[in-house]
Structures are given as C-alpha cells and as structure tokens.
Design a protein around this ligand. Sequence first.
Ligand SMILES: [Fe+2]
Ligand SMILES: [Fe+2]
Length: 126
Amino acid sequence: MDLPDLNFELNTQHKELIKISQTLTSLLEAEAESNHDEFIDALEQLLDFSTSHFVAEERLMYIRGYPQIEEHKIAHNDFLTKIVPLISRVTHHVSGSHEEVAQFLADWLENHVFTEDKKLEQFLKG
Ligand SMILES: [Fe+2]
Ligand SMILES: [Fe+2]
C-alpha cells in the first residue's frame, strides 16, 4: 500500500469509528438496559477497532515523521486505559455506566478524532 492509500484508509477508519459511536448512542437512546447485549457487542467492536486503528495511525505518523507523535500516542493509550474498565462497568450493570460511555465517547470524538486526528490528516496531506 502506498502513502495516499494509507491516508485514505485512515479517513475510512475514522468514518467507521464515528459509525460505531453512533450505534452506541442510538442504542442508548433506545433504552440501554433492554439492549444490553447489543451495547456490549458494539463496545467490544469499538475496542477491537480502536486498537487496530491506533496501530495503523501510529505507523503512519512514524513513517511520515509527524512531530506530535509522542503526545498523540499517549492520547491513544489513555483511551484504551479508560475504555477497558468502562466496558467492565457496563458489563456488570453498574448504575450510570451507559451514560459514562456516551460522555466518554462524545469527549473522545470532539477532543481527539475531530481535532488531533484532523490535524494529523492535514499534516499527511501536506
Ligand atoms: Fe489518533
Ligand atoms: Fe484516529
């Protein structure tokens, strides 16, 4: 795969990530407790997807010499560190955990995907 393909791939992955987040949000709006299993499935999908997406994104940053690679990697690790116990809380029906997930994802999309990843996409285009 050459670099333009990898840039395109990154963009496609971000769209997929947004789609999974939307699925989670709509499950939540439709009474999360009654969709518990689907909610857990979507969360696990999010974890799997994010893990492989971070590997691809970090590889691309490394290849292209992205200056903010270290801070960016810390943000990815921080996401994984927080999402894992959050999934466990949802799995164990901890009160309020569905809403915690929704807030966590909204913050992640706004503060990372729509800002830091956008900066990276702009850098890669340059
Ligand atoms: Fe990222
Ligand atoms: Fe990303």
